[in-house]
Write a protein that binds this ligand. Structure first.
Ligand SMILES: Nc1nc2c(ncn2[C@@H]2O[C@H](COP(=O)(O)OP(=O)(O)OP(=O)(O)O)[C@@H](O)[C@H]2O)c(=O)[nH]1
Ligand SMILES: [Mg+2]
Length: 282
């Protein structure tokens, strides 16, 4: 059989996590319209009659923001690129190619493995995909190029087929139908953080993390205790919102999605705490 690791790499926000979920057919990675949603290496497994592809989602490369977090995430990307069988380089044709994109292309060029270029967001109208031709020029460095929509799941099957085709012969890496390296606690943290990213003002998401401290099954009801950790008091009040409006919204959205994912009733006890060292937990 064919098997191996297929790393999804690219700038922040190009749609790597959305593509991972679509390729595997179930939501594993959280996604956001804000940058730096993904902070960890997340695996999603695709099993086909020909073999098994383990897709590896990575943090987006972000050069503009200099911070401890950004440096840590870039290191993770570089590590993820060291042991792989195929690279899938994802680009967003609505965005201009600048230093950041050239930096990622530089990383990808150095890799001596089969490479695929994915030009994502093909569902958007052509006038929004105004840099498409500039990205198409990259194709000489790649074994294949695909135009697709990760969000709509359009034209994704040819990519699956090509990936399997390019993988080496090997054995199963994930057994017994297991689909990811992510555990339940981590998944819950990511869903809560995803909702915080969607509800909060732009600057706040980069200054928080979520930790799930306890999950208790109380006869069909899952009681989840979680905390949002943030840098400073002013962020804490922004996360809580006027009369608790923001934290309530985050909690409700997260609870709904977690109920769908677990197929259980959930009670989510969510608090906000200042912890200046939260980056060390990421
Ligand atoms: N229109 C459109 N939007 C997309 C598509 N794929 C992803 N998006 C959107 O682009 C945004 C970023 O998607 P993510 O999957 O979180 O991007 P990412 O590359 O994982 O971002 P980081 O984790 O920050 O590196 C989200 O708002 C997605 O809904 C697509 O095919 N079409
Ligand atoms: Mg992501």
């Amino acid at each position: 059989m064919k098997s191996g690791f297929v790393v999804l790499v690219g700038r922040s926000n190009v749609g790597k996590s959305t593509l991972l979920n679509t390729l595997v057919g179930t939501k594993i990675a959280a996604t956001s319209f804000r940058a730096q949603m993904t902070r960890n290496i997340i695996h999603g497994v695709l099993n086909t009659p020909q073999g098994q592809a383990v897709f590896v989602d990575t943090p987006g490369v972000l050069k503009a923001k200099k911070s401890e977090l950004t440096a840590k995430l870039l290191k993770r990307v570089e590590e993820a690129l060291s042991e792989i069988d195929v690279v899938v380089y994802v680009v967003d044709p609505t965005r201009e190619i600048g230093d950041e994109e050239r930096f990622v292309l530089g990383l990808v060029r150095k890799i001596q493995k089969p490479k695929i270029l994915v030009i994502n967001k093909s569902d958007l109208p052509p006038q929004e995909r105004k840099h498409q031709l500039e990205y198409e020029v990259f194709q000489e460095d790649f074994d294949a190029v695909f135009h697709l929509s990760a969000l709509k799941g359009a034209h994704v099957q040819p990519l699956r087929d090509k990936v399997i085709d390019l993988l080496p012969e090997g054995h199963e890496l994930y057994l017994d139908g297991q689909l990811t390296n992510v555990d339940n606690y981590f998944f819950m943290e990511e869903i809560i953080r995803e909702k915080a990213f969607s509800v909060l003002e732009k600057e706040v998401p980069y200054s928080l993390t979520v930790t799930v401290d306890n999950v208790e099954d109380e006869g069909g009801l899952l009681r989840v205790e979680a905390r949002i950790l943030t840098d400073a008091d002013r962020y804490k009040s922004m996360i809580i919102g006027k009369r608790g409006a923001k934290i309530k919204e985050i909690g409700q959205m997260a609870r709904k999605e977690l109920e769908q994912a677990t197929n259980k009733k959930i009670y989510l006890a969510l608090e906000v705490e200042v912890d200046q060292h939260w980056v060390q937990r990421v």
